[in-house]
Design a protein around this ligand. Sequence first.
Ligand SMILES: *[C@@H]1O[C@H](CO)[C@@H](O)[C@H](O)[C@H]1NC(C)=O
Ligand SMILES: *[C@@H]1O[C@H](CO)[C@@H](O)[C@H](O)[C@H]1NC(C)=O
Length: 368
Amino acid sequence: MVGRGLWAWKHRFGKRSRRLGLWSFLFLATAALLALLFVDFIESWVTSMAMSTVIDHPPIIPLQSAPPSRPEEFLLMPSPLVCQRAKPYLFTMVTSAPANQRARQAIRDTWGGEVEVRGLRVMTLFMVGVASDPGLAKLLIEEAREHGDLIQGCFLDTYPNLTRKTLSMLGWARRFCPKAHYMAKVDDDVLFNPSALLHFLNKSRNPYEEGDLYLGRVHLHVAPDRDPESKHYLPAGAYPHSVFPDYCSGTTYVLSRSALLKISLAASASPLSTPLPPEDVFVGLCARAAGVLPSHCPLFSGGPGVPYGRCCYQAMVSIHHIPPRDMLLYWADVNSSPPCSWLSVRASLGMCKVRALLGSALGLEQGL
Ligand SMILES: *[C@@H]1O[C@H](CO)[C@@H](O)[C@H](O)[C@H]1NC(C)=O
Ligand SMILES: *[C@@H]1O[C@H](CO)[C@@H](O)[C@H](O)[C@H]1NC(C)=O
């Protein structure tokens, strides 16, 4: 009697719980699919929730009027009229090391060779420092003569001097290219996609808007590195606070005309500590001093590499860790085919984001 009752109970509720299980499976699968398709929106939302949106403490760097940067600060540069002639809407500064000729050539042969994108004028220049090797120094002069796209600042080109490269770049841009609508700063191992950037800006901003924009992959609540052995070591004497203001990853960031002006003025007015903070942190500090907040865009890869996917690469603005040979291959493949459909872009973007995330979680990432 009891056995039969139990059987009937199992029979009735077993069926119901199986149906319940099916429904929850379908629900979870749909949610996962939607999350995959809209992973970039989710990322934007989560990041904006975590970002500080108020300038809470007073500027760390006093904002004073700055002396204009003098042309003799540059050992090599294209004609001072290069921007007045080219009138770029977007100009890109690629920070490069003297020895990276192959990387610069790959950029010229791909995205850096474009002069018009989506009907807007674009221009790409390279920023280098002084080579300690005399042979290399001679090669740089030849390269500058041949291509007319090198700017050389007055500092030794070493890793600890990267922040000086940025200072030089900001000074040059303010003096010689102040009318461009946007400036992008890009590393020489980045596959940059001006078309995707202009599309994103067009979608997200009113074209007549003149506001400040400091756009990239935002790093939140990063603490200074207090390990004297580290290459980013920053003693409390150089930066006393326990966290940096939120800043954009240095692999690629974009400044609007007004943000460039404010940030470069703050940069040239700031007392330079020794050692200087890392390049991207320094720009974040100057932005904070100038009252400019960073904006996050999920289409910038930042540090971690992104596995190749044609539609994903069509949509991404910047992808880091691309050796010159791959840059040529990927660029040719991305541009040889018609634009991907909305759904393929969504699916491909979701897949490559998830793969990049898994890669960095498993420690496959090649470092920042
Ligand atoms: C910006 O968007 C408008 C309307 O959607 C379009 O007509 C225009 O071509 C776009 N411009 C660029 C540069 O994408
Ligand atoms: C940075 O550049 C300056 C100016 O050329 C030079 O004196 C200094 O030694 C460089 N610093 C490093 C760490 O290379």
